[in-house]
Design a protein around this ligand. Structure first.
Ligand SMILES: NC(=O)C1=CN([C@@H]2O[C@H](COP(=O)(O)OP(=O)(O)OC[C@H]3O[C@@H](n4cnc5c(N)ncnc54)[C@H](O)[C@@H]3O)[C@@H](O)[C@H]2O)C=CC1
Length: 391
């Protein structure tokens, strides 16, 4: 891919940020306090100059509007982190096929991005900043375009999936199992975006809660969150027989089967879903590796999948499961996940897998590093994606 080599210019030397990254971060710092206005301006310009693009976005833009703009800013912010960025952008490019995005749409988006930055980053904008942003956007968009073109040769833009079971575990959490219209290839630990019939063009990410099954069924754990259009529909409205759409699989929180180390898995609330898939993946792989699961919740009643994990623990001698409850604990360990994980360390012989709210992941990352796991052996989903997931 041509643009991937373009990204080489951003590879930090001696851990210092590249000159373009320094300039880009200056712009980002300036627009951060006015990001709502910059976002609104970006979409107003985009639809004014390109009315044909309007139908690719949801009817009501208030909940959705910062997705594209936000994703571009996240990508620019991480321009020096070429490995993570390339993975993120390839997923983003593939994922944009379901909106009907074509390669000739990218210049229009880039132009509106530059105009919005110019308007809201008045003191840091100038020829140098513009040149850095144009270079970054060119590299970013080319990776997305190439990934989409490659994906077109082998996969549909989305899959239809019929709900075959809908199980309410708590007043806010449901386990939803679906059957896709065509085979759906994915790996344990990955996630996909979902669109429901009730909110057209509004897509949200959910992790698969099982490793690939012989019957082809897929499961998701969904928590209805306040103002969460898709999550509330999936928990409170969806029934057996309803048909939803799935975007392509994404994510690199997958088991490294070349490693013989144990797996330390930390899952908060519905973040336990991909951890369950990882445990099944290790079991299917047949190599006995020690797997330690910490399942965090705010209250006992939020441990909605603990019984099923305890059943797995009874069957699998290499698996150990520890519930951690933040408030009024009567089951498991009282407190927050990161502290519990630290207390049971050191974990130097393990690989780390983290899944849950972004703040939990950040703090658990620190806890794992201070308990002996090098950062490069800790996997979690890209935080930029997570901030926009699950709603
Ligand atoms: N692949 C992934 O990483 C997945 C992530 N999720 C995310 O999981 C989240 C679930 O949200 P909720 O149910 O509202 O979570 P929650 O508020 O119920 O918290 C879950 C766990 O995280 C801990 N936690 C929360 N904030 C923390 C902080 N600041 N420091 C330390 N620990 C903290 C809690 O103590 C609890 O153990 C959503 O943000 C969803 O997007 C869900 C599925 C998969």
């Amino acid at each position: 891919m041509g643009a991937e080599s373009d990204l080489n210019r951003y590879r930090p030397r001696n851990d210092r940020p590249s000159p373009d990254a320094v300039v880009i971060r200056r712009t980002l710092a300036e627009i951060e306090p006015v990001s709502d206005q910059a976002t609104a301006y970006f979409y107003a310009l985009l639809f004014l100059h390109n009315p044909q693009l309007r139908d690719m976005f949801p009817a009501a833009m208030d909940a959705q509007r910062d997705r594209l703009f936000g994703a571009l800013l996240v990508a620019a912010e991480h321009i020096d982190d070429t490995v993570t960025l390339t993975d993120y952008l390839c997923n983003l490019g593939r994922g944009h096929r379901k909106y009907g995005t074509r390669s000739d749409h990218y210049p229009a988006v880039g132009e509106c991005l530059m105009l919005s930055l110019e308007r809201y980053a008045t003191s840091t904008w100038g020829p140098e900043a513009e040149a850095a942003w144009v270079r970054a956007y060119t590299a970013i968009s080319q990776i997305m375009i190439d990934a989409a073109a490659e994906d077109e040769l082998r996969a549909p833009p989305w899959w239809f999936a019929e709900i075959v079971s809908h199980e309410r575990r708590t007043s806010e959490v449901a386990v939803v199992t679906v059957r896709t219209d065509q085979p759906y290839p994915y790996r344990a630990g990955q996630y996909a975006s979902i669109e429901t019939p009730w909110w057209p063009r509004v897509w949200r990410y959910y992790s698969f809660a099982s490793s690939p099954r012989s019957d082809g069924l897929l499961s998701f754990h969904v928590k209805a969150v306040p103002a969460g259009w898709v999550s509330r529909a999936l928990v409170h409205r969806a029934r057996r027989g309803d048909v939803i759409k799935l975007g392509p699989p994404a994510g690199s929180m997958t088991v490294d089967h070349n490693s013989s180390r144990g797996l330390l898995c930390v899952g908060g609330s519905t973040g336990i879903a991909p951890i369950k898939a990882l445990v099944q993946d290790v079991a299917q792989h047949g190599v006995r590796r020690q797997v330690e699961v910490f399942f965090g919740a705010n209250r006992d009643s939020d441990l909605y999948d603990l019984d099923s994990f305890l059943e797995l623990e009874r069957r699998l001698p290499w698996l150990s499961v520890r519930p951690v409850v933040a408030q009024y604990a009567t089951r498991g360990f009282p407190g927050q996940l990161p502290e519990a994980v630290r207390e049971f360390g050191p974990w130097g012989d393990f690989d780390g897998y983290l899944s849950g709210p972004p703040q939990m992941i950040r703090k658990s990352m620190d806890a794992l590093v201070s308990s002996g796991i090098p950062a490069e052996r800790i996997r979690h989903d890209f935080l930029g994606t997570l901030v926009a997931s699950g709603k």
